[in-house]
Design a protein. Structure first.
Length: 522
């Protein structure tokens, strides 16, 4: 299934041609985007049109932060959910990874395609690989390999309209887009500042969406101390606040400051600055105060109030702006946060609480309209903190993520398996047969005892214990991040049920079965 065909020297030379300057690259990228808009209007509403999707599941983020994520190279497997696109009989998929994906994992996805045989789908799937497990991002690895880029070009089906789908879009993805001559269905890198912590707050302010009191565009320790002091002056009862890097991942760029035990009289800025080193609690346990400040000076960031409340939830809304500028709310989730700080993404329930799902969807639509007017395209998510009050729920927008996220692949799996749709007005999802469905998903199913379990072992356990997703019932378990299981004892899961209680019960049973199975051989 992996393409290793030889490449002509002339093709290699063509693949190595680069444009002569950053402005030329940006202009060429915009030309590709303009053509994509025309192609989208003509082709993409037709499931039988000839299309090729080149999937580049690169996590192109700060490598220091990414290095803290165990098995990060296997996070490239999360976008295998897009193999569900092969249910369209004229669609071809080219999937590129850093390291090979076990064929049993690919087969695991393909055999569940509704209305399409695995054989038919395999004829339209090309798996390509860098054979490089280094910490460098996948996109950078591809750019270093002109022969691989040429194989990507040669894998595009003749006569098809092609584009790139990636996890996030940076200058590296833009360079790759221009080198391949393929548009990206994603945000222009020049607009990524709208998805930083500082940029998010500006969008929220423009849209008049509630968000925590605070300050953005901070650059150093002095700015942090002054912002914390001003927050306390504005709100003397404030107990704690958050300090966040502009660009973080799964909460790893966050820290918190508590006023507990601090004498707030006199020169508060000086006292806070003295106290910061000892009182700032950094989410990333492998990052000390000096290292955090160094990253803050490089990335810049914000300080904002902690949202307090006896009953709190962390919902999110996922939206899409298509190439025609049309806005759609795709899904809502209630995030499950954990870790010692309570800020690390563990998993999510879909859909979000029906008491407020429509409210956050409306806010997401307003935010999407603002981003569209600034030229943003593609999928993005908005995170909230919601507090239950006597008059109802009050929502505070926290950040915009201009990329795919931890809830993208679970929803795409559900949609691909059931051919259903989320209704933002009612906050419910229904399959093609009109039945409601719910799920619990997680990228952090971790147990040291799972180390050594191969892809074959996991699927064998699932089949023998009836954990496997059942297409006739449209319930069960779908696994992802399977490649990380043997080395890291870690994987992801989407547990689909007819009710929220049923979905969570399936998740609990899955854990019971796995734990029982590993004890058999311990």
């Amino acid at each position: 299934m992996y393409d290793s065909s030889p490449t002509a020297d002339t093709d290699i030379q063509q693949a190595s041609v680069t444009t002569r300057g950053a402005s030329t690259i940006a202009e060429k990228y915009e030309e590709l985007s303009m053509q994509f808009r025309l192609d989208y209007e003509k082709i993409f509403s037709d499931n039988n049109s000839k299309k090729t999707i080149v999937i580049i599941p690169s996590l192109t983020i700060d490598q220091g932060i990414l290095a803290k994520v165990n098995g990060s190279v296997y996070y490239e497997e999360r976008m295998l959910c897009l193999l569900m696109l092969l249910r369209m009989p004229e669609t071809h998929v080219v999937y590129v990874t850093s390291v090979p994906v076990d064929p049993v994992i690919v087969d695991y996805y393909l055999h569940l395609l509704p209305g399409i045989t695995g054989y038919h789908a395999r004829q339209r799937l090309t798996m390509l690989c860098c054979y490089d497990a280094s910490s460098k991002s996948l996109t950078e690895k591809i750019l270093d390999r002109p022969r691989l880029m040429n194989r990507i070009r040669n894998s595009i089906a003749p006569g098809s309209v092609a584009h790139i789908s990636c996890f996030n879009t940076t200058s590296y993805e833009r360079d790759l887009s221009v080198r391949l001559g393929l548009p990206i269905y994603g945000c222009n890198p020049d607009l990524l500042h709208y998805g930083t912590k500082s940029g998010s707050r500006k969008i929220f302010r423009e849209c008049e969406v509630p968000f925590p009191d605070g300050f953005e565009d901070l650059q150093d320790e002095n700015d942090i101390a002054e912002a914390i002091a001003e927050l306390k002056n504005r709100n003397p009862s404030l107990q704690s606040c958050m300090v966040k890097l502009n660009d973080g991942f799964s909460g790893e760029g966050n820290s918190s400051f508590s006023f507990k035990g601090l004498d707030c009289s006199g020169n508060l800025v000086a006292k806070i600055k003295t106290q910061l080193r000892h009182s700032l609690k950094i989410v990333d346990n492998n990052l000390d105060y000096d290292g955090y400040l160094q990253k803050f000076k490089s990335m810049h960031g914000i300080v904002e109030e902690c949202v307090e409340g006896e009953t709190r939830q962390s919902p999110s809304v996922q939206c899409r702006i298509n190439p025609l500028g049309e806005v759609m709310v795709l899904s809502t989730h209630d995030q499950v946060l954990g870790g010692s700080s309570g800020q690390v993404f563990i998993g999510a329930n879909f859909p979000a609480n029906n008491e407020y799902a429509a409210e956050i969807a409306h806010m997401g639509t307003c935010i999407a309209a603002s981003l569209r007017n600034k030229g943003v395209m593609g999928r993005f998510g908005v995170d909230f903190i919601s507090v239950k009050q006597s008059t109802g729920w009050k929502h505070f927008a926290i950040e915009i993520n201009l990329r795919k996220g931890g809830t993208t692949h679970p929803y795409l799996l559900l949609q691909g398996l059931t051919l259903g749709k989320y209704d933002a007005e009612s906050g419910t999802y229904h399959t093609a047969n009109g039945e409601p469905r719910y799920y619990f998903c997680s990228d952090n199913v971790v147990n040291e005892a799972y180390r050594g379990l191969s892809s074959h072992d996991l699927i064998d356990i699932a089949i023998h214990n009836r954990l496997q997703y059942d297409g006739s019932m449209q319930e069960g378990v779908m696994f992802h991040l399977i490649g990380a299981l043997s080395q890291f004892g870690k994987m992801g899961t989407v547990c689909i049920g007819k009710t929220p209680a049923r979905a969570n019960a399936i998740y609990r049973r899955m854990l019971q079965v796995l734990n029982k199975e590993v004890r058999r051989y311990s």
